[in-house]
Unconditional design. Sequence first.
Length: 195
Amino acid sequence: MPDDNSCMFTAFGGAIGLENPSKTLRDQVADYILNHPNEYNKAILGEEPLVYTSRMRQMDTWGGAIELSILSHIYNIEISSIDVKSLRVDRFGENKPNRVIILYSGIHYDRIAFCMDLSYPVEVDVTRWSTDDEEVLDKARQLAQRLQSLHYYTDTTDFVIKCELCHWIGQGTREAAKHERETGHRQFGELQITD
């Protein structure tokens, strides 16, 4: 998945067979929120629904648990999201008949796909499984464990971050959110500190 602030939408959309899914899925999520005001209010969203949905429609806004929960409902599919750092599996839409599996590295989402042959087009990759198939979830956990051992994750509480627009440097998501509120800048990259 490209690191384009739409990776969650791209990961999920690709898993269900949508091409260029970001705008479509963002609009579906925003419409769902606005059509369910008792379920998705300021207390749940952290801001007024109109503000939240306006921001979510922008291509540089990240999606997360709220959006995954809504997409699971819209598409009637379980979304199992495996956190690479903790190996925790968050299941959105439990008790649905089928599932897709995505990996979350702290700042990026990727989808899990079974590829029969690397010479085949990605359209023939298997990206949906029965929720009765625990073996595929176990294999996905093993992959996440391997990625964890390679430190393929970002600890968002203490990572060093740099604003790509003004070169400000801070630590963790709280400081990044504060910088975004103060400047409107939303393009960040992680700085790797080496010995």
